[in-house]
Design a protein around this ligand. Structure first.
Ligand code: PMP
Length: 293
């Protein structure tokens, strides 16, 4: 069966799920989005993702025409009509259809809401067993005072330019620094390192997307008695870390074993990282919004 895509309250077969070329999501990247996952019939941290979507929209003065509760129901419905229990969900709200000028007041018909649910594309399992080698890219993370990385907007060129550097190096992920040279995040994931005692991760003030997975890792760390410090740090702190990993909805928790050619710890995924990965996996199976109540 061809998968169905939700657009503004209706479901369309994927091949017919199209929007206008005058949509400002396309013309200007004017819109917001979320990447969400469902595990074993439950949507993980759905409420948090929706709250972040509405916060992103609020920052860019985009009024989402549905309540958070109705949006939650539409996400669940999209999974039901596609008969999915383990899935990746892309939720998008654009400014809607306007003219060729950038003025959002010209977008008359209201925002365009799109929900796409699909099977998850995972990194190969070897990467979770052996860990990633990453590099620092030259593309700096967007200046928070210009376009805050905390807004998950459709304007992802900053991350795409960084990702192309990663691709050219033949790797899977890269580290982005902020305008002052502090470590910010990976192109699509947050970063943590262990100094042997505590976990350290950049604070939101560095200019990062405050990841939902990052938050879950902080909760799990507390359970294991590991302190997490949200602290600005520079590359040498990562080069001398005992363990390092990235977090994101798609990647979950993925170990990092080398950064810019410096081997982290003993070059294998660390003990704490592996414990967090196991506990995270457990949580994804235990909690979440049920797709079929
Ligand atoms: N940073 C960026 C730039 C991202 O795109 C993502 C993935 N959405 C993350 C961090 C991780 O966020 P989350 O854990 O909410 O998926």
């Amino acid at each position: 069966m061809e998968r169905l895509v939700y657009i503004n309250g209706k479901f369309f077969p994927r091949s017919q799920a199209t929007i206008s070329v005058f949509d400002h999501g396309l013309l200007y990247g004017d819109g917001v989005f979320e990447g969400i996952r469902a595990y074993s019939g439950k949507v993980f941290r759905l409420r948090e993702h929706l709250e972040r979507l509405y916060r992103s929209a609020q920052v860019v003065s985009l009024e989402i025409p549905t309540t958070l509760e109705d949006m939650q129901e539409s996400v669940l419905e999209c999974l039901r009509v596609n008969d999915l229990s383990d899935a990746y969900i892309r939720l998008i709200v654009t400014r809607g259809i306007g003219d060729l000028g950038l003025d959002p007041r010209k977008c008359h018909g209201g925002p365009t809401t799109i929900i796409i649910a699909d099977a998850i594309e995972l990194y190969p399992p070897e990467l979770y067993e052996n860990g990633l080698e990453i590099i620092t890219v030259t593309t700096r993370r967007n200046l928070p005072s210009a376009l805050s990385p905390a807004v998950k907007s459709l304007n992802y060129l900053n991350n795409i330019l960084a990702k192309m550097e990663v691709n050219r190096a033949g790797l899977h992920e890269g580290l982005m620094l902020n305008h002052e040279g502090y470590v910010a995040e990976a192109t699509g994931d947050n970063i943590f390192f262990s100094d042997g005692t505590d976990l350290v991760t950049p604070p939101s003030s560095v200019g990062i997307l405050v990841g939902i997975t990052r938050g879950v890792v902080m909760e799990i760390a507390a359970e294991t008695g590991t302190a997490v410090r949200e602290e600005r740090f520079l590359l040498p702190d990562i080069y001398t870390a005992r363990e390092c990993f990235l977090t994101g909805t798609a990647a979950e928790i993925i170990p990092v074993v080398s950064v810019d050619g410096r081997v982290i710890g003993d070059g294998k995924p660390g003990k704490l990282t592996r414990e967090l990965m196991a506990r995270f996996r457990q949580r994804t199976l235990e909690e979440g919004a049920p797709i079929r109540p």
